[in-house]
Design a protein around this ligand. Structure first.
Ligand code: ZN
Length: 318
């Protein structure tokens, strides 16, 4: 064992590998034009499963790079990225596990704010984006069961689950660091609501209850427009929002509701029963009403594009 003793005497403590070196070893490339704090974006560079974790984060970064490069301000640095699922009691109550399909969310913590991207299950961004300045976060809590809860200044509460194990541990740390940084700098820009909607196309913030982008001319569906479509025919609203799988499932519900209505109505007319006719209308109103209410609730969470940017304004802002 003399050799081992000598090693201990003469070689310095083995240095922990840096994230930078690990990326090179794995031949992984992160988007060059994004300002990344490599060490905090990749919190684990050794131990069980580190390779897969690094690969996953690189995937998330590459998938989001185009959107992020449009969003990030000069000097804004990414300090963490992770994927979770936004939790909504109403949606889980009415849709069960299907609700998670439309709630995949990629979290990007920067030195200035939390950016959230609505994505598919693989973390590829869809069309709805948000941001929250740290000054708008009243309370941040990570619970034992992996839920992450945010309480915002304007009273809104957000809950997320479905993070990877490492993220459950490291995301709270990254949050704390970011919040401390904010407290030290006191960066508190004005906002129209705590969680601001970002334009699908130009990524500018669109104020609360506004459904047109001032900067690029894009137009978005209002919750009312979506709700009445779903009331007329369940699933229509979800098609409009691009939740195609959910919409197809709902379509069966919609067909059943309308069939039952027609059967009851015809029966009521044939048997001259005012009661049956009334029941038919009430049943349809309840079935489609619930669908419209849930769909409106979903639509209110973010912006859903109706019409792309105005070509003249879009080229003028470039
Ligand atoms: Zn825009």
């Amino acid at each position: 064992m003399a050799g081992a003793d000598q090693d201990q005497l003469f070689t310095p403590e083995p240095e922990a590998p840096t994230a930078e070196r690990r990326l090179q070893e794995l031949n992984l490339f992160v988007p060059e034009h994004l300002d990344l704090n490599i060490d905090s974006v990749f919190p684990r560079v050794q131990g069980w499963g580190w390779k897969n974790e690094m690969k996953q984060k690189v995937k998330l970064l590459n998938a989001a790079q185009q959107e992020l490069s449009q969003m990030l301000f000069e000097g804004e640095e990414v300090i963490y990225i992770a994927k979770g699922i936004r939790y909504s009691f109403v949606e889980f109550y009415f849709m069960g596990l299907w609700a998670s399909m439309i709630n995949h969310t990629v979290f990007v913590l920067t030195n200035l704010r939390l950016i959230m991207l609505h994505t598919n299950g693989k973390g590829i961004p869809k069309k709805t984006f948000w941001m929250i300045y740290y000054s708008q976060i009243d309370k941040f809590k990570a619970s034992w069961n992996g839920m992450i809860n945010l309480k915002l200044k304007d009273g809104k509460k957000l809950a997320f689950s479905g993070f990877q194990k490492t993220d459950r541990k490291k995301l709270p740390d990254a949050f704390e660091t970011a919040l401390e940084g904010y407290r030290a700098a006191g960066f508190a820009p004005e906002t129209s609501q705590s969680m601001e909607n970002l334009c699908t196309y130009c990524k500018e913030a669109i104020p609360k209850n506004i459904y047109d982008c001032d900067d690029c001319g894009a137009k978005f569906w209002t919750p009312g427009q979506i709700a009445w479509r779903s009331f007329v025919f369940p699933s229509w609203g979800d098609f409009v929002m691009g939740h195609t799988t959910i919409a197809v499932l709902e379509m069966f519900g919609g067909v059943i509701a309308w069939l039952m209505f027609v059967v009851l109505l015809v029966d009521g007319i044939n048997t001259n029963s005012a009661e049956k006719v009334t029941t038919a209308f009430i049943m349809l109103a309840i079935a489609n009403g619930i669908d419209a209410a849930v769909t409106a609730h979903i639509s209110r969470k973010g912006l859903h594009p109706r019409k792309g940017p105005n070509p003249i304004e879009a080229s003028a802002t470039e």
